[in-house]
Design a protein around this ligand. Structure first.
Ligand code: CP
Ligand code: NVA
Length: 305
């Protein structure tokens, strides 16, 4: 069940407490395959300054399954590209739309959108967080393992928006998460400093083996996030020891699953053998974007609790 506060926005996962996360996952399961007109006549705007396959399509399909409609707004095609301020854009969009999913670089921009638009805003990825992705990841784990608790989670690679979001998820849910990153690439210190994280911190290390040994869930993400392309060459060298391959997976628990938000870069952060192997849950994970986003939209627009 989402509280009134979270009806307004979902920008970072610490806006949801454990009961709300469990409630959203339960709603996702309940609505899977259902086409109830919970958002009939309502319009979702997707304001994106970065490319997307999964997020855009799963939000549009979710909205259609709820009887609503979507409008994709590439930021370049709006007056944002000619200098109209985000605040003015937000105030105008808030007069037309019922809900906004925004994908952009600075996290502060989705916060400004939420403040100025006056309508519910969901973070569709910023450089700091990717909450809908981690909700989909949690649904994938819950489905594969029966529950989220009593498992060991290992995140290997870049301490990026995915790692930061997993930090908030493990803190809120009390999970056992180990994160292995190269020196200097740990998750955002400001995220690690949040009170909820300080009272339940992840185990941080630089050794991928230490993180993955005995883990039930092994997670990675690209080494070169959108907007970091100029650092690609140096990152590929620095991150090479953090590749999730069969040798690393052999140290995980029996029956461990592998998660990757996609798109994957085969031969970089993950080998084809692992991504296409029997432990990979990445296609269910991608599908689950649809189910968790539909649940969130149904809650915010359709009053489902
Ligand atoms: N995982 C994810 O957010 O994918 P897209 O960039 O394709 O939306
Ligand atoms: N960390 C990646 C996730 C892509 C879905 C990025 O921000 O590009």
């Amino acid at each position: 069940m989402l509280s009134q506060k979270t009806h307004r926005q979902l920008l970072a996962l610490d806006e949801l407490d454990a009961a709300e996360i469990h409630g959203l996952l339960a709603t996702a399961v309940a609505l899977k395959g259902q086409k109830l007109k919970l958002a009939e006549g309502q319009m979702l705007g997707l304001l994106f300054t970065k490319p997307s396959t999964r997020t855009r399509v799963s939000f549009e399909v979710a909205m259609a399954q709820l009887g609503g409609q979507s409008l994709y707004l590439s930021a370049e095609a709006t007056h944002l590209s000619r200098g109209e301020s985000l605040a003015h854009t937000a105030r105008v969009l808030g007069r037309y739309l019922d809900v906004i999913a925004m994908r952009t670089h600075a996290h502060e921009d989705v916060e400004l959108m939420a403040e100025e638009s006056g309508i519910p805003v969901v973070n569709a990825l910023t450089e700091r967080f990717h909450p809908m992705q981690v909700l989909a990841d949690l649904l994938t784990v819950q489905t594969a393992k029966g529950a989220l608790e009593d498992l060991t989670y290992a995140y290997v690679g870049d301490g990026n928006n995915m790692a930061n979001t997993w930090v908030l998820a493990q803190a809120g849910l009390g999970l056992d998460l180990r994160i292995a990153t190269p020196p200097g690439f740990a998750p955002d210190p400001a995220v690690l400093d949040r009170p909820v994280v300080k009272s339940h911190p992840p185990m941080l290390c630089e050794d991928p083996l230490a993180a993955v040994s005995g883990a039930d869930v092994v997670i990675t993400d690209t080494w070169v996030s959108m907007g970091m392309e100029e650092e690609a060459t140096v990152r590929r060298t620095l991150f090479a020891p953090y590749q999730v391959n069969a040798a690393l997976m052999s140290h995980a628990a029996k029956g461990a699953i592998f998660l990757h938000c996609l798109p994957a870069h085969l031969g970089e952060e993950v080998t084809e053998e692992v991504l296409e192997g029997p432990q990979s849950a990445v296609w269910d994970e991608a599908e689950n974007r649809l189910h968790v986003q539909k649940a969130w939209l149904a809650t915010v627009l359709g009053g489902v609790s």
